[in-house]
Design a binder for this molecule. Structure first.
Ligand SMILES: *Cc1c(COP(=O)(O)O)cnc(C)c1O
Length: 398
């Protein structure tokens, strides 16, 4: 592995702080590196491989489609794309779909659609502090975390950020020029922060009162992660536009923007496009993912094991409350929030867990984020929580 990592450092631009492992195989919740070390994966490629690594039905769909047709561009119709869009419409608030390759691209499409849909001169978008919406210039501007912006200014104009949880502050940022509010129902990268139900309902109300669009970024929490197919379902509201991506293809690159007929009508041929977006192989994978997620009992299982993970993590957090402020999350996205005085140890905690063969991710600087595959078992949760307890109980030694 050392040789491979050295070669990698020679040829790659240094944009990633990687863990020292060259992953070669995955099955379910387990990964194996090139030296034969095994890992229990509670990161799942940042909430992407939700059905677990190399899910047999997804692999089969990919192989079958690869033998038939891989790419024709969006100048022609393809069967997997039509099937996928149909399923997304049937299982959401939406009537119309645009397929992209990634999360940021789905958000770019949403931002462009919101601007096109609005009166001329209405282009401003309000999002939240602590949000994460992507790395392209517009989605970066929408991202409410300054440190991601540094060095890339000037960013596209018209993006404003309201303090998290403050409805009247958000109200004040809405002007005659605002076209949309862009929100994650649960902030993932920002530190596993769910929005209060009344807060998001209040945001919906503000959008209605001002005749502007509510765009929900469910790139991380859509596709079953929170225990419902989309997170918005648990808030009793509907967005005007929703974006999703990460888990949609269980690892194949794909993103989707879903919207209503009324909003969709603002886009015509030539207004937006992508060469690769909605390619047949990614769509075949995504169709299989969706069918699995909506199959009998699957989402109920996510909810049950999510509650169990929450409860087990909370008992660790309570026991070591000198280090932990608590646990928050919905379904199978859960985070242990560290107290400020140990927050600087967060990266070391994640590294230590890696050394013990458990993969988790850091979010919002001081939150240990767990996003296991949605097929994770109670035994795997127990094994992971035991390791977390081991590391946190020895936090002073970390
Ligand atoms: C990951 C993520 C994105 C960006 O998706 P990419 O596929 O990395 O472009 C945008 N929004 C949220 C909420 C995300 O978690």
């Amino acid at each position: 592995m050392k040789d491979l990592m050295r070669m990698s450092d020679q040829v790659f631009i240094n944009t990633y702080g990687r863990f020292p492992a060259v992953m070669v195989e995955g099955k379910g919740c387990r990964l194996t590196d090139a030296n034969g070390n095994e890992y229990l994966d509670f990161a799942s490629g940042i909430a992407v491989c939700s059905l677990g690594h190399c899910h047999p039905a997804v692999t089969e769909a990919i192989i079958a489609q690869t033998k038939k047709l891989v790419h024709v561009s969006n100048l022609y119709y393809t069967v997997p794309q039509i099937e996928l869009a149909g399923m997304l419409v049937d299982n959401s608030f939406g009537d119309k779909v645009f397929l992209a390759n990634s999360g940021a691209e789905a958000n770019e499409a949403a931002i462009k659609l919101a601007r096109k849909h609005a009166e001329p001169g209405c282009f401003e978008i309000v999002s939240l502090e602590g949000s994460f919406h992507g790395r392209t210039l517009a989605t970066l501007a929408a991202t409410g975390q300054r440190h991601y912006h540094r060095g890339f200014e000037p960013l596209p104009v018209g993006f404003y950020h309201a303090p998290f949880g403050d409805l009247s502050a958000l109200d004040k940022l809405i002007t005659q020029k605002t076209c949309a509010v862009l929100i994650e129902p649960l902030q993932g990268e920002g530190g596993v922060r769910p929005l209060d139900k009344e807060y998001l309902r209040g945001i919906r109300r503000l959008c209605d009162q001002n005749s502007i669009l509510l765009i929900l970024d469910e790139i991380q929490v859509g596709m079953g992660r929170t225990g419902s197919l989309f997170a918005y379902e648990q808030f009793g509201i509907r967005p005007d536009i929703l974006t999703t991506a990460k888990a949609l293809g269980n690892g194949l690159p794909i993103g989707a923007m879903i919207t209503t007929s009324k909003v969709a009508a603002s886009f015509g041929p030539g207004d937006h496009a992508t060469t690769f977006g909605g390619n047949p192989v990614s769509c075949a994978a995504a169709c299989t993912v969706l069918k699995t997620l909506i199959s009998d009992g699957f989402l109920e299982g996510v909810k049950e094991r999510g509650d169990y993970l929450h409860k087990q993590l909370k008992s660790v957090a309570d026991q070591y409350n000198q280090f932990c402020a608590g646990v928050r999350g919905t379904g199978l996205i859960q985070g242990i929030v560290l107290n400020d005085h140990v927050a600087e140890k967060a990266p070391e905690i994640v590294k230590k867990l890696f050394n013990y063969g458990v993969l988790v991710t850091l979010a919002g600087g001081k939150v240990i984020r767990c996003t296991p595959p949605l097929i994770v078992t109670i035994e795997e949760i127990d094994a992971m929580v035991a390791m977390i307890e081991e590391v946190i109980s020895n936090i002073s030694a970390v």
